[in-house]
Design a protein around this ligand. Structure first.
Ligand SMILES: [Zn+2]
Length: 314
């Protein structure tokens, strides 16, 4: 049994509903994110079954509380759910748009794990994910553009009088761009993690250095770190659903110093500006990040082989 969340964007009907009706949960502060939860209730009455939450993924509507067939937009293109709805949470974002997330309980069938494919992943900044299959998933240009725009607006915000009309107007604009970044990033990461977990049985990545991440206050860096955590989070649960396997290798493993061709370790190689790995031992040349991801893949393969041989000895 496992729990899974799908998120949908509610259309303006909800906004209108809240303005017109009285007596439903009110969102407290204008500038705080707020949410409320509705549990799924099943009612048996005169031989018929009724539900207080109805989700129609074909017609793209949801029925919540007393509002029927509200239009939804989802970032994931799913048209059916294998499981039952547990609850829904409606939340209001900083820019006054509403979201509903639907919590679903579904059965996972455990097949015998017989892997035929393995992939190593290296996480980067320009290319978000670099794989041992020589594939690079680029960070989206549009995200960089939004980041720049936020920086400019934050500078302007600092000059505005706190609490003034223009101050709040600018604050709302910033919140809107933040949301755009958040959505673009989430969509991109869903695409990447789906592709990787659909096409590979064993997935290997490095353990994230959480301590270093928390210390960083720089905006662009903070967003990159958040992306890394989101990639790992999505990989973890998608791998679980699909019955695949994830190996996280030690942070101290020098994936960028080792030659993926002959195994020679070059401890002098620390300069991040050098994009190519050139092996002083066998002269092999390879893109630095791809070389690292191939090493990560081999390290994961070792872990898997150790597990399998340990199992076979019993
Ligand atoms: Zn070499």
């Amino acid at each position: 049994m496992s729990l899974r969340c799908s998120l949908f964007d509610l259309d303006n009907a909800y906004n209108k509903f809240f303005k017109e009706k009285v007596g439903y949960p009110k969102f407290k502060s204008k500038f705080n994110k707020n949410s409320f939860r509705t549990n799924m209730i099943t009612i048996e009455y005169k031989g018929r079954t009724y539900y207080n939450i109805k989700l129609d993924l074909i017609g793209k509507t949801i029925t919540l509380l007393k509002i029927k067939n509200m239009k939804i937009r989802g970032y994931r293109k799913i048209n059916k759910i294998n499981g039952r709805i547990i609850n829904t949470t409606v939340s209001r974002e900083l820019d006054d748009t509403y979201y509903v997330s639907v919590l679903i309980e579904e059965d996972i069938i455990n097949y015998k794990f017989m892997p035929t494919t393995i992939i190593g992943l290296d996480l980067g900044i320009k290319d978000l994910v670099i794989t041992s299959n020589f594939k690079k998933y680029k960070n989206e240009k549009v995200i960089e553009k939004y980041e720049k725009r936020i920086k400019q607006k934050q500078k302007r915000l600092a000059k505005k009088e706190r609490g003034s009309h223009n101050y709040y107007k600018l604050k709302r604009e910033i919140a809107r761009i933040y949301k755009k970044i958040k959505n673009a990033r989430k969509y991109l990461i869903h695409h990447i993690t789906k592709d990787i977990t659909d096409n590979n049985d064993i997935i290997v990545c490095e353990t994230l250095k959480v301590k270093n991440m928390v210390r960083n206050h720089h905006l662009a860096k903070a967003l990159t770190d958040a992306s890394f955590s989101e990639i790992i989070r999505q990989l973890e649960y998608k791998i679980k659903w699909k019955g695949k396997k994830l190996y996280k290798i030690n942070t101290f493993y020098p994936s960028s110093q080792i030659c993926s061709h002959c195994g020679y370790k070059n401890p002098l190689l620390k300069n991040l500006n050098i994009r190519e790995y050139t092996c002083p031992n066998c002269n092999y040349e390879l893109d630095r990040d791809i070389n690292a991801s191939v090493n990560i893949m081999f390290e994961g393969l070792k872990l898997y082989m150790n597990e399998v041989s340990a199992y076979n000895l019993i």
